[in-house]
Design a protein around this ligand. Structure first.
Ligand SMILES: Nc1ncnc2c1ncn2[C@@H]1O[C@H](COP(=O)(O)OP(=O)(O)O)[C@@H](O)[C@H]1O
Ligand SMILES: CC(=O)N[C@@H](CCC(=O)OP(=O)(O)O)C(=O)O
Length: 301
């Protein structure tokens, strides 16, 4: 058989292998949190967008919730402002919220453009549109960190309307309080709250690590299946730290609020989203509730 014919057969086989997963997730909502360094490489960004477009075109309902923390910090620097964080959250004064909103809108429309370019319909909005995300001002250990919001309510009307009209919603992490002031929201928190409200089948965090490491100094120690208890223990002993702490906390809340499967994947790895969804073993780390251990073990066995 010629090499060319062999290649075609391999492609056909790959498509057939994807069939059970297409059937399983057909019509299901999949929330993709896209952020961090995984967003900084243009070619990679196009590849992530193509993966999301493919999910849509085979009948799933992807929703993108994006970050842009690194871009916000870079623009603050260009404007002569030092980025400041408190427990992983940006200290957001009056000037910073304006800059954050501008940068997040820019990131938002870039993702919409890339989706439209590959032929799927997308609408970019923020949590402010249709009063989707209502917040209270957040305090960290009693400390005022400015216009940072703690989500108190998600109204899914706009998202539902977009999904029903076949658009991919692309959502920036902003919200308003009861007096309609704008607040900056950690994008992991926004993704988790939206996944909970939408009763999503899957919530996938695309970030800049292979998954969750058992030992941060050992890149071969990625944990494929991490229970809520093990995750809490790793935080306790300091093996999960920095930005991974709020991410894991948001994973745990999402699971407890009814999101079926929550994953942390390497957004720098080409096609990681497809590898997770269309293979039995998946990649990265899946976080699960101990009560569901048997179910998750048979999924990957
Ligand atoms: N146990 C761990 N396993 C993997 N990453 C970890 C761990 N503990 C801390 N981290 C850090 O968490 C970072 C991801 O969190 P963060 O930077 O907030 O991501 P994002 O910007 O994508 O939201 C990784 O780059 C890594 O440095
Ligand atoms: C309150 C707060 O910290 N908001 C974040 C929102 C963006 C974000 O979370 O982006 P990543 O997911 O790319 O880190 C910020 O200003 O950086």
């Amino acid at each position: 058989m010629s090499d060319e014919m062999n290649q075609i057969l391999i492609k056909a086989q790959t498509l057939i292998e994807a069939l059970p997963y297409i059937r399983e997730f057909y019509g299901k909502t999949i929330v993709v949190k896209y952020g961090g360094s995984a967003m900084l490489d243009e070619r990679l960004e196009e590849s992530v967008i193509k993966d999301v477009a493919l999910l849509k075109l085979v009948g799933m309902k992807p929703i993108i919730v994006h970050g842009g923390g690194k871009e916000i910090s870079s623009w603050l620097g260009k404007l002569g402002k030092e980025p400041k964080f408190c427990e992983g959250l940006r200290v957001t004064d009056g000037e910073t919220i304006e800059i954050a909103e501008m940068v997040l809108n820019l990131v938002n429309k870039k993702l919409v453009r890339l989706l439209e370019k590959v032929g799927v319909k997308a609408v970019g909005i923020s949590g402010k549109d249709g009063s989707m995300i209502k917040v209270d001002k957040k305090y960290v250990n009693g400390k005022d960190i400015g216009y940072v919001g703690e989500i108190k309510k998600v109204d899914s009307t706009v998202i539902q309307t977009l999904l029903e009209s076949d658009f991919i919603p692309v959502i920036a992490p902003l919200g308003m309080d009861d007096t309609y002031k704008t607040y900056n929201i950690n994008a992991d928190e926004a993704a988790s709250a939206i996944a909970e409200k939408m009763r999503a089948e899957k919530l996938v965090f695309l970030t800049d690590t292979d998954g969750v490491y058992e030992d941060r100094s050992d890149k071969s120690s990625v944990i494929p299946m991490l229970s809520i208890k093990e995750a809490k223990d790793l935080i306790e002993i300091g093996q999960i730290n920095g930005g991974m702490i709020p991410k894991i906390e948001n994973c745990i809340t999402a699971i407890q609020q009814g999101v079926n499967r929550v994953h942390i994947l390497d957004g720098r790895l080409k096609n990681s989203l497809l590898l997770e969804i269309f293979t039995k073993k998946g990649i990265g780390t899946v976080i699960y509730d101990e009560a569901e251990q048997d179910y998750f073990e048979q999924l990957v066995s």
